[in-house]
Write a protein that binds this ligand. Structure first.
Ligand SMILES: O=C(O)c1ccccc1N[C@@H]1O[C@H](COP(=O)(O)O)[C@@H](O)[C@H]1O
Length: 235
């Protein structure tokens, strides 16, 4: 299972998160988000926008980088992929299958060979889950933004049983520290990982390293317990 921490913006905090056992960090390029990572606009659009200077930090060789976009213009996505050396792009607006395919053709191989294209949307019903078919063959993974369920059963993981696609998915949306053991025990053949964000912050865009660390430990424990349980069932 991969762990993605999304919505970072400060270099020191990015370095600290990259020291943890996480697999991917994510930047939000949606201007209305409090976690928005701005670019320095180019002079009259003659040269491409540049990243803010202090974001020009060395890349971790172990932790990959994701950019999150919502109905963004393709040329802006391309500039950010190049400037922030992104390995994956998540489209979380109303982008169509054709938009995903066109973006991949623009980026791969010229700008970023092998870039991962992820389509995300909010999943509230089984019909929402079934929308995966619209993107079959066009994307590398899905991001399902899950709603909160009833009190006591915080995150509604039950909906995921309706997913019968062959493309891996990541889940996110209100995942909190107390969800670690349940997520560690989640078994679905296409379940790829979790995306953590707002419940692991000290302020918008600043991640709480201790909270993340303790979540990662509990996730690993939940995983081990589930693996033992699974092994016992098969003996
Ligand atoms: O975090 C934001 O501000 C944001 C804004 C616009 C699009 C996506 C955004 N966040 C992504 O959504 C998921 C779920 O976040 P949360 O756990 O509900 O806070 C997260 O993985 C971010 O990638």
């Amino acid at each position: 299972m991969i762990v993605e921490v999304c919505g970072l913006r400060e270099p020191e905090n990015i370095r600290a998160v990259e020291q943890l056992a996480v697999d991917r960090i994510g930047f939000i390029f949606h201007p209305r988000s409090p976690r928005y990572l701005p670019m320095i606009p180019s002079s009259a659009g003659i040269i491409p926008d540049r990243p803010v200077a202090d974001m020009n930090i060395p890349r971790s060789s172990r932790v990959s980088r994701l950019g999150v976009f919502m109905d963004e213009m393709p040329q802006n996505i391309v500039t950010r992929v190049y400037n922030y050396r992104l390995d994956a792009v998540r489209l979380q607006g109303t982008e169509t299958r054709e938009a995903c395919e066109n973006l991949r053709r623009t980026l791969d191989p010229d700008i970023r060979p092998g870039i991962a294209i992820i389509k995300g949307w909010t999943v509230r019903t089984v019909a929402d889950i079934r929308r995966w078919k619209d993107y079959e063959g066009a994307v590398d993974a899905f991001f399902f933004h899950l709603p909160m369920a009833t009190a006591g059963d915080r995150l509604d993981l039950g909906l995921l049983e309706a997913y019968d696609g062959n493309i891996p998915f990541i889940i996110g949306g209100d995942i909190a520290p107390e969800d670690a053991s349940r997520l560690g025990g989640l078994r679905h053949p296409m379940f790829m990982g979790v995306s953590l964000n707002t419940h692991f912050e000290t302020a918008a865009g600043i991640k709480d390293i201790e909270k993340l660390q303790s979540f990662l430990e509990r996730l690993r424990d939940g995983r081990q317990t589930e693996n033992h349980r699974h092994a016992d069932c098969h003996h």
